[in-house]
Design a protein around this ligand. Structure first.
Ligand SMILES: Nc1ncnc2c1ncn2[C@@H]1O[C@H](COP(=O)(O)OP(=O)(O)OP(=O)(O)O)[C@@H](O)[C@H]1O
Ligand SMILES: [Mg+2]
Length: 389
């Protein structure tokens, strides 16, 4: 923002003050407009679009505090300087609470007015710069998402597809070793595609994840836990870690999306295994607590340092305790948090450095009519039969 463009609107019923303001600021590069009635002033803001408004809270028209609120409603980035005669501490506090940047008690000297306006103009400059940085970051995010999905995801998908075809075409002539190599290539590309999917999940709008709500249906929590444990079993076995489930028989259902709930739990279990020592145990507990279902994933691993705690659910945060050889991208917990929140749930962590961590998910339970369940199971079984024919 160049200083030539800076527009100031002064709202005051006292013509002497308005004239003195115009005179005082005449030599500055500010563009000044004045008005004696705050109702007019508020109307004028829409067209004039000032950077800064100096408003007397006791002027004609709209009462001062309401005027402050209406300016904020119109554009919260406009810097407002409130003025008034006979200022009390409480009125100053009230004005600042309602959005005034500064309070300038009357009578004020020309120097005081100039200094306060200069301070306000500086503040406005910072606000505008921050907004433009935010816009730039948003654009970068969108560009990155577009690059990742078009330049990486699509060609990798096609490589994977071609590998499958190649494997089929060469199935008779491939040696065992060659087939194994091909298999490893497929797994690596699949992992890479999964990773790209996770990145996209994080960098695209939060709105995207809430789209999963359109497909919500009762999901059995014991089933989610069993599937998730199966998913990380290989990883756990490699570290000689036993994953021990303790699931109440009647823990029940949540209204949700099974695939995403599994993804959330796999992320927690994966971390629990990753941050545990060889040969230890990871516990998964699920129980009903009132109207909620609580799932806890407990490990006896490295724990999370205090300074990492506020950030672990943020995007791309890799903590200090992460072992170098197993460093991830720092998005597992961010995705898990988004998934849990899309299920109207919450996630928290209790941890003790060197002793371990417990991640706790809490989601609203849903009651499921056993008849509905039987019907849904029959439909699923018939669909599977139809598909296998
Ligand atoms: N069970 C745990 N024990 C100790 N630290 C943990 C645990 N779970 C998460 N953390 C800490 O929180 C950070 C963020 O976890 P998150 O799952 O988001 O990322 P990551 O595991 O580093 O990578 P990614 O999951 O993307 O592969 C980790 O880097 C780690 O420092
Ligand atoms: Mg992780």
């Amino acid at each position: 923002m160049s200083s030539e463009e800076t527009k100031v609107l002064i709202i005051d019923q006292d013509k002497t003050i308005l004239d003195s303001c115009i005179e005082t600021l005449a030599d500055s590069s500010l563009k000044i407009a004045t008005v004696m009635d705050s109702a007019f002033g508020l109307e004028m803001i829409k067209e004039y679009q000032p950077d800064l408004v100096v408003v007397d809270l006791n002027t004609y028209g709209v009462p001062g505090v309401e005027a402050l609120e209406r300016i904020r409603e119109f554009d919260p980035t406009i810097v407002v300087i409130a003025t008034a005669w006979a200022t009390t501490v409480s009125s100053t506090v009230e004005a600042v609470k309602r959005g005034a940047f500064e309070y300038l008690p009357k009578p004020f000297s020309t120097d005081e007015l100039c200094a306060t306006i200069a301070h306000g103009v500086e503040h406005r400059k910072i606000i505008k710069e921050a907004a433009s940085l935010r816009r730039e970051r948003e654009m970068l995010r969108e560009q990155f998402a577009a690059i990742v999905s078009h330049e990486l995801k699509a060609p990798l998908g096609s490589v994977l597809q071609n590998l499958y075809v190649l494997e089929q075409e060469l199935s008779d002539s491939l040696s065992e070793k060659q087939a194994e190599r091909l298999g490893r290539m497929k797994i690596s590309i699949d992992d890479l595609l999964d990773l790209i999917k996770s990145w996209l999940n994080v960098i695209s709008d939060n709105g995207d994840i809430s789209k999963i709500r359109e497909k919500f249906e009762p999901v059995s929590i014991p089933e989610v836990i069993t599937k998730s444990i199966e998913n990380i079993e290989g990883h756990a076995v490699r570290k000689d870690i036993e994953v021990v489930p303790t699931v109440e028989d009647d823990v029940g259902f949540v209204n949700g999306d099974k695939v995403h709930l599994c993804e959330a739990l796999v992320n927690l279990l994966g971390n629990a295994v990753k941050y545990s020592r060889m040969g230890s145990r990871v516990h998964v507990k699920a129980e009903k607590q009132g109207e909620s279902i609580v799932i806890a994933v407990m490990d006896r691993g490295v724990g999370i340092p205090k300074e990492d705690l506020p950030h672990v659910f943020g995007d791309f945060y890799v903590g200090k305790s992460a072992p170098v050889e197993e460093r991830g991208s720092g998005i597992g917990l961010a995705i898990t948090r988004r998934i849990v929140e899309a299920h109207d749930g919450s996630i928290s962590v209790e941890t003790s450095l060197g002793k371990g961590s417990t991640f706790i998910i809490r989601m609203p339970a849903v009651k499921v009519d056993p008849e509905d369940l039987k019907h849904a199971e029959n439909v699923a079984a018939n669909t599977e039969q139809g598909e296998s024919k």
